[in-house]
Design a protein around this ligand. Sequence first.
Ligand code: MN
Length: 326
Amino acid sequence: MPKEGNQAPGPDTVEIKNDLNGQAPTDADFLNLLNTTPPFAGFGFGGAQFIELAELRRTERKGDLVFLGFDKELSRHFGDCNSGAAAFVREKTFCMMPWTQEFAAPSHDIGIVTCGDLDLAIKAISVFCGHIATLGCRPILVGCDHTASLAAALGVAFSSEKPPVYLYFDAHLDLGLHNVTPNLHNGNFVNFLLKSDRIAEVVNVGSRCWSSFVPVYDNVPRFSIVKGGVPHVPPEKMIEQLSSLKGRTLYVSLDADVLDPSCAPNVSCPEPFGMSAMELFEVCNWLGESCNVIGADLCELTPSNNSLGSEQALMRCMHALFPKQT
Ligand SMILES: [Mn+2]
């Protein structure tokens, strides 16, 4: 039963649309925000090779993966601060390079954006991701709080011929319909995606937090849930529930807390009874093989020395969304 007021007020996503379609700022307007110091021996996110954005434009690289980091919290309302998460993920995953070079789709890393201004950061992320998508590449944002996903998804969506399905793995729904607050943040940003006519529909996979049981979420238009938690939903059951997405165009967001805290303890909002890394991999692998994934992001990981390798597991799942063409 959809309730009145099920769309939270806040910044209008139309502004981003105009930016990309009207007197649009280009990525050149935001280059000063992009830290392009080459990372570890020239390798960065998920073992991707560092490349200057200008160089990326010079040759056609259709289908290549282009990683971009965003290292500040955009708008956190829930959970522990995780500023610096992108640099952390990069440092922990550049070592995947031997595997990535052999088995992953061609992958590049163009740098990390650091910008404390919410509006400016949203524009920068959406313009960079939109530009990468326009080049025929698939952008992958590594961000801090999950709000960054909104900017990346809309940037990709406005550059896509077909409105993509926004599919997000997340223990939380991030719709904010049970507790409406005026500002855009990591607990309601998905509602802004639902408002956009550039997003075909929204699918959550793995939600299990207590607030996801509030009845207001039972019948939200253009929104569906593949539940996680208990009773245990094995990956083959999840895939069965996702089968109607076969052949569709997708943007996929990975909130690290979809994983169980026993395999990803370093998340901002941990929830018990999550997926194992292998279960997440199997669902991502199916999506990669069965759907057309045009962009993605990874958010909500916190920098930690006790991560149990969660960032590498998540990066491996990320690569599974974009299988190497043979
Ligand atoms: Mn979450």
